[in-house]
Design a protein around this ligand. Structure first.
Ligand code: BJW
Length: 253
């Protein structure tokens, strides 16, 4: 995408230049160009055809841990194989000359691998494993199959023998209290003219979907980076219609 084709880019650059601080709210689209599938865009492939909203639930886990674990093991393997993209790198560079906070819904570590410090992983982390019975953290390497499989026994807890689960937030579960508190504090610290970049989220999952409106209420300039319109487009001051890897490097250049 040429610069001239992204409407609003010049205005967005000006807003960033004048901002005291920048808060980034990222979702699955942030990592799409790294090869991490999003949740709600059409996909192909064995696990890519499952409906994540069926699998990312405590009910699915209760019913069939090996089925759910196989999906997460596949995703852990995928994550090891991918790299941060130009969008992640641009945000890491931005921190060299602006105060940048990142609150991500993503369970991957691609912001960190690009060199950013992440303030909050509001939906947890894929590789943060714990016992589903006694909550003891599970450390050490996890074996993942090279090819996707439909069922796989989860690791056993070293303390109680229970099934080990990924440290992600499923539907109906509370967000990590600290991540939520830190994100809320970062939003409340925004003042008139600060910039919020809402990157690659469909804005349908709460409470994260409410963050852009909260930021707008603080007087921040809210800028969406997403190729398509979303549920939060309306609360954004500027809508940059392009991908994270296309738009973010131009924004921070
Ligand atoms: C690009 C791009 C590119 C593509 N560049 N962009 C009714 C009303 C309100 C709330 C509720 C309700 N009923 C139930 C709830 C609560 C529920 C909820 O919000 N449900 C809604 C679906 C209605 N929320 C919860 O349960 C949360 N907990 C909670 O609220 O606790 C209190 C409570 C308890 C009990 C009852 C009620 C309240 C927890 C939510 C947990 C979400 N977990 C998941 C899975 C994580 C684990 C895993 O990874 O497996 O988190 S679901 C999934 O969705 C994942 C994501 O973080 C999350 C958001 O998805 P995201 O990031 O927006 O991705 P997509 O795929 O949706 O969108 C991608 C976007 O990128 C698109 O816009 C593309 O256009 C764009 N894109 N390529 C830039 N290259």
């Amino acid at each position: 995408v040429e610069e001239t084709q992204v409407a609003g880019l010049g205005e967005a650059v000006d807003a960033l230049r004048g901002a005291r601080r920048v808060l980034v709210l990222s979702g699955a689209g942030m990592s799409a160009e790294s090869g991490v599938p999003t949740f709600r865009d059409a996909q192909t492939g064995l696990w890519e055809q499952v409906d994540p909203t069926d699998l990312a639930t405590p009910e699915a886990w209760e019913q069939d841990p090996p089925y759910v674990w196989a999906w997460y093991a596949w995703r852990i393997g995928r994550l090891r194989a991918v790299q941060p993209n130009a969008g992640h790198r641009a945000l890491a560079e931005l921190a060299a000359y602006r105060e940048v906070s990142i609150a991500t819904q993503n369970v991957d570590d691609l912001h960190e691998r690009a060199g950013s410090t992440v303030l909050a992983h509001v939906h947890g982390s894929l590789t943060d494993l714990r016992c589903s019975d006694c909550a003891t953290p599970h450390v050490g390497p996890v074996e993942v199959p090279e090819d996707p499989v439909e069922r796989l026994e989860p690791p056993s807890c070293g303390e109680c023998g229970g099934d080990v689960r990924p440290g992600v937030v499923w539907f109906g579960e509370m967000l990590p209290a600290r991540a939520l508190a830190e994100t809320t504090a970062a939003i409340e610290a925004l003042t008139e003219g600060d910039v919020v970049l809402v990157v690659g989220t469909s804005g349908v999952v709460y409470p994260a979907a409410g963050f852009p409106a909260m930021a707008r209420a603080e007087g921040a300039t809210v800028i969406e980076v997403n190729p398509t319109e979303t549920e939060v487009s309306d609360v954004c001051d500027l809508r940059l219609r392009g991908t994270a890897a296309q738009v973010l490097p131009r924004l921070v250049a």
